[in-house]
Ligand binder design. Structure first.
Ligand SMILES: C[S@@+](CC[C@H](N)C(=O)[O-])C[C@H]1O[C@@H](n2cnc3c(N)ncnc32)[C@H](O)[C@@H]1O
Ligand code: SF4
Ligand code: SF4
Length: 349
């Protein structure tokens, strides 16, 4: 049974002055309005199963990441574009391309970004960054894409070990440099940044989390940092995870540093450290996998069938009937921490 984390006052539900990437920078009232009006705010989609890495913690299931093979049951590009059109009709404002493998392995990525952007939707791309080229950066610019890049360690040896590729850190750093040179981390009057860093917090990198957070703050990049999602390779308990209590302790230290060194104020410690809210689960969002399965979010707590048998609109209607998550927390992680008897009340840390 999930114990809800009680917020003492409404203020705690706001995001303070936390810098968020374009497309992730909704106000609490945007969520409330979307919920009230029955509109979709954000969605997560997948464009390829293929990946050039083999991360020990990867949440995607199915084929070994290395294999070029597509899943037999993958949806076609046409089905994906149709689903996006349906999301657009439901009012979606941001579409996150999150895998299932490495989105840059998909030769059709540019067309996908164009389709999303032409509908007036903001694309956000999660990428391991190792295949970014100057031409791709131009395409990201043209289609006003925000980018969230994998960075699990500032130590190249550890980073390479985690993704099981000896060449990775050098190529990812080149990609990051191109994005910085193109100004993706520069604020303007409409947004704080278009660049984020995704770093899972686990045993092997927990000692450098504050350094990674500083790296983000110093370069105006939004940190996306939390524990494992209970899915794929980390669905069951692993000896690499940090416990909920450990994560909250690290998050508290991060918040102290944010307040004292960067003047960034927030109360929330979940689901991401650094005061970053989840824009995705259970409020006004939907997740469509490469196989056409529809879930509430990558934590896959609730399943709503497959687009081969049901519509996005019908699935979204069902999603709204079971989920609230008005606390901007992470129901799949809370469920996991309860199941594995490691739940701690926020007041107890
Ligand atoms: C599935 S990956 C796809 C994009 C790209 N291949 C990458 O790794 O950046 C999307 C994001 O989920 C993160 N991720 C992968 N497995 C995870 C897990 N078990 N728990 C939490 N996040 C995970 C990745 O680090 C990445 O930032
Ligand atoms: S986390 Fe991303 S880069 Fe790593 S194996 Fe999974 S899909 Fe590939
Ligand atoms: S609810 Fe949790 S698992 Fe789901 S998208 Fe948000 S942070 Fe990720």
């Amino acid at each position: 049974m999930i114990k809800a984390i009680k917020m003492e006052n409404k203020e705690r539900q706001t995001f303070g002055n936390v810098p968020l990437v374009r497309g992730w920078d909704f106000k609490p009232s945007d969520y409330a309005d979307a919920w009230k009006n029955g509109t979709l705010l954000t969605a997560q989609i997948e464009n390829t199963n293929i990946c050039n890495c083999d991360c020990e913690y990867c949440f995607r299931g199915g084929n070994p990441p290395d294999k070029d093979a597509r899943f037999g049951n993958e949806i076609t590009k046409e089905q994906l574009l149709q689903a996006i059109d349906e999301m657009s009709n439901l009012g979606v404002r941001t579409i996150n391309i999150i895998g299932a493998g490495e989105p840059l392995m998909d030769k059709g990525l540019e067309g996908l970004l164009a389709h999303i952007s032409e509908l007036g939707i903001i694309p956000i791309l999660a990428t391991n960054g190792s295949r970014i080229t100057p031409d791709l950066v131009k395409a990201f610019e043209k289609y006003q894409t925000s980018v969230i890049l994998k960075l699990n360690s500032l130590n190249p040896e550890l980073q390479n070990k985690l993704v099981r590729r000896s060449w990775f850190a050098e190529k990812r750093d080149y990609g990051l440099r191109l994005l910085l040179e193109a100004g993706f981390n520069q604020p303007n009057e409409n947004y704080r940044t278009r660049l984020g860093i995704n770093s899972i917090v686990f045993q092997e990198n927990k000692g450098e989390i504050l350094d990674i957070l500083s790296f983000c703050r110093d370069n105006n990049m939004m940190p996306v940092m939390s524990t494992f999602i209970p899915a794929g390779r980390t669905k069951e308990r692993t000896d690499q995870e940090v416990s909920m209590g450990e994560f909250l302790e690290i998050s508290k230290r991060a918040r102290k540093m944010d307040r004292e060194k960067y003047g960034i104020e927030y109360d929330k410690l979940l689901p991401y450290l650094g005061g970053v809210p989840c824009t995705q689960c259970g409020k006004s969002s939907i997740y469509l996998t490469i196989s056409g399965d529809i879930f509430d979010c990558p934590g896959q707590l609730h399943s709503y069938g497959n687009i081969k048998d049901t519509s996005i609109t019908e699935a979204f209607k069902q999603n709204k009937s079971v989920n609230g998550n008005s606390e901007f927390s992470c129901p799949p992680r809370l469920d996991y921490w309860n199941r594995t008897h490691q739940f701690v009340q926020l007041e107890n840390i």
